[in-house]
Design a protein around this ligand. Sequence first.
Ligand SMILES: N[C@@H](CCC(=O)N[C@@H](CS)C(=O)NCC(=O)O)C(=O)O
Length: 320
Amino acid sequence: MTQADSSSNQGSNASAFNFTLMSISFSHYNEKARWGLDYYGIPYTEYRSLPILHMLSMFKSRAKACPTSGTPFVTPHLTVAPANAPDEKDVKITMNDSTEILGFMSDRFSAPPNKAATSTSTPPLNLYSNNAETKAKILALEERFDTIIGPNVRRLVYSEILCHSPKSVGQSLGQHGNAGALQTWIWTWFFFVFSWILIRFIRVTPESAERSKDILKREFEHLSRVLESGPPGPAYLVGNEFTAADMTLASLASLLVGVTQEDGYGAWVPPMSVFRPEAQEFLKELRESTAGQHILECYRLHRGKKAEGSKYGLSFFGWW
Ligand SMILES: N[C@@H](CCC(=O)N[C@@H](CS)C(=O)NCC(=O)O)C(=O)O
C-alpha cells in the first residue's frame, strides 16, 4: 500500500483487502471512522447496529480486555482481512478506536486531492503531517476532542433525545435505515427499556447535561478564537490545511451544528428543527460561531460521499 496519486484507493492494493466496519450507525465516533474510510476512498462493508443491540452484533468481535473508553463491545470496529484469505484469523488486523483507524488509513493509503486548493500544484492532503512537531499538535487536538467533545456531545444529545423528545426523536433514531429490520422492530417496541438503560449508563441527569452544555460552549468559544487568530490563508486548526484535527472536531461536533445525512453524515440523524425551542437556540448559537461555521465548511469541502464500492451488510438472514 503506497502513497500513490489518486482520489480513490480502489486502484491501489486496498482492493487486496476486505474492510468491514461494525458500527453504531448514528454515533459520532463511528462517523469519524466512516469519514476516514470515505476520505481515503476505501470501499468497505458497514454492519450497522443500534445501541445496546450492538452487543449482540459485536459479540464475536468483542475485545479481550475493556478498552479505555467504552465496553469490550465498543464501536467503531474495523477488520482488515486479505481478500484472498478473508477468514484466516492470523492475518486479520482489527481496530476498535476511531483514532487508530484514521492513523491506519493515513499510514497506508494515498490522500485525496486537496479540494480547498486554489492551485492544481497544491499537494494532496494526508490527515497527519510528516513533520513530527505538526503531527504531535494534530494528535494532541484529536485526543482533546475525543475526550472532551465526544463524551459531552453524547450526553447532551442523549439528554435532549431520550429525556425531552423520546417519542418524536428517540424512537426515530432506530428507523430511517439506521439498522436492519429486526433491530428497528426491537428498538421501536422496547425503546423505553433501552432509553432507561442508556440514561443510567451514560449518567444523563439535568445537572450533567447542563455541565456538558457549559463545557461545549466554552470549547466552541476557545476554538473560534483559535481559528480567528490563525495564520493568513484558509482557516484550519493546524496550519492552513485540513487534518485529522479538523476531521475529528467536525465529526464529533456535527450533531451540535445541525449537520445531517444531506450534508454527508453517514447515517440518519435528527435535524435541528425537531428539538425543543431552547435546545434549538443553543445549537443555533454554536452553529453561528466561527467554530460552528468551520465544521459546516469541513463537511462541505472534505466530507464527500461514501467511498465507491462500499455497501451495507446485514446478518441473520438479512434481518439484522
Ligand atoms: N475512543 C473511542 C470511543 C468510541 C466510543 O465511545 N464508542 C461508542 C459509540 S458512541 C460505543 O460504541 N459505545 C458502546 C460500548 O462501549 O459498548 C473512539 O474514538 O473510537
